[in-house]
Design a protein. Structure first.
Length: 84
């Protein structure tokens, strides 16, 4: 059974929430996150705001922890997409 858009967004949110709590991502988590972002960009049901957020995340460096406020905004955007 393929993953739905909501499942993919849920996985992405889990990775982002873990990054906030741990202030660190393993190389495997980074790879998972990048693959999810690429996969989600091809979903036809995403709102424009969600696509913009995905592009924003892809532009961030993985060399240091991300600003907590940015990650919280991303999580809110993804939750709004799920709740649509």
């Amino acid at each position: 059974m393929p993953l739905t858009t909501e499942h993919k967004l849920g996985l992405l949110m889990d990775l982002l929430q873990n990054e906030v709590s741990e202030q660190y991502m393993t190389s495997h988590e980074k790879q998972q996150l990048l693959e999810l972002l690429i996969t989600l960009k091809n979903e036809s049901t995403l709102k424009e705001e969600t696509l913009q957020t995905i592009n924003e995340i892809q532009g961030y460096s993985f060399d240091h922890p991300w600003p907590h406020a940015d990650v919280e905004n991303w999580l809110n955007t993804f939750q709004n997409q799920i709740n649509q």
